[in-house]
Design a protein around this ligand. Structure first.
Ligand SMILES: [Zn+2]
Length: 273
């Protein structure tokens, strides 16, 4: 074997080792984080801060502990505008985000790298295109933003207000619902479902519920879902997800079909918790 050939073979083997080895290492690291789960102190803190955590059946709570540990261990948390991110902030954001994954297939927002936390609402540039193709650039004040699949921005003040005013609102759930939507590649208010048929069914159902919501608003009624859901199908999915995790029984009572659609999406039945 001449030297050049040996180098080619060795390089090839190295590339294969990196390709095969990296996901294996990541999976190993994830399994270790999930197995370590959370400390007693962290679990006490989540009990105090998250009503959903208190209600969860034991098996799902253990699963949430594991996912939360993976999230905290894997993702980078960045404090913005001088905010010092505390372990408590990390834990509260991670646990709420992982609620959405409890019934899903073992992924943990795999392409997400950073969560950026602002002390309060922040200004973000936004570009949008109207039906005539005119592009407008403006600045918006936001409580959260799923920037892309690698970054999510949150206002800590708003994270703390989740469900406080009796409204089914939760900025973390909202933005991570957007994330699932992005992750499915469509950004059309339809995340990945177990089967293509289920996804199609969800689209049809969401379209009907979205139209009904708009009609109710036009009639001057006060709907159960926040009016922001009537913005477009993407916001509809995110706002409906907030209600699904924040006030599942009320949602199941007021909008039973929408509730069942979300049960098949998240493979969870939070009204039974
Ligand atoms: Zn949104």
């Amino acid at each position: 074997m001449n030297t050049a050939f040996a180098i080619v073979i060795a390089t090839g083997l190295l590339v294969i080792a990196v390709i095969v080895g990296r996901p294996l290492l990541a999976a190993h690291r994830r399994a270790r984080l999930a197995a370590r789960a959370l400390s007693r102190r962290e679990r006490v803190l989540l009990r105090r801060r998250l009503p959903q955590y208190r209600r969860l059946p034991a098996a799902l709570r253990r699963r949430l502990d594991g996912l939360t540990a993976v999230f905290v261990g894997e993702k980078e948390f960045v404090g913005c505008r001088g905010l010092a991110v505390t372990p408590e902030m990390r834990l509260v954001v991670a646990a709420q985000a992982c609620l959405l994954l409890l019934g899903r297939d073992g992924t943990c927002y795999d392409r997400l790298r950073s969560v950026l936390i602002y002390p309060s609402q922040f200004i973000a540039p936004e570009t949008w295109q109207d039906e005539h193709g005119v592009v407008t650039e403006e600045e918006r004040v936001l409580a959260g933003q799923a920037w892309d699949v690698s970054r999510i921005l949150l206002s800590w003040e708003d994270v703390q207000e989740a469900g406080n005013d009796g409204e089914p609102s939760n900025v973390v759930i909202h933005e991570f619902a957007h994330y699932l939507d992005h992750e499915a590649g469509g950004t059309d208010g339809a995340p990945a479902f177990a089967t293509a048929a289920e996804r199609r069914q969800w689209r049809q159902l969401a379209e009907r519920e979205f139209a009904a919501l708009r009609a109710a608003l036009d009639r001057g009624e006060e709907p159960f879902l926040d009016a922001y859901a009537a913005e477009d199908p993407v916001e509809f999915f995110a706002v409906a997800s907030e209600a699904f995790f924040e006030q599942p029984r009320e949602l199941a009572h007021r909008l039973p079909e929408l509730y069942r659609g979300l049960v098949s999406c998240y493979r969870l039945d939070p009204a039974a918790w």
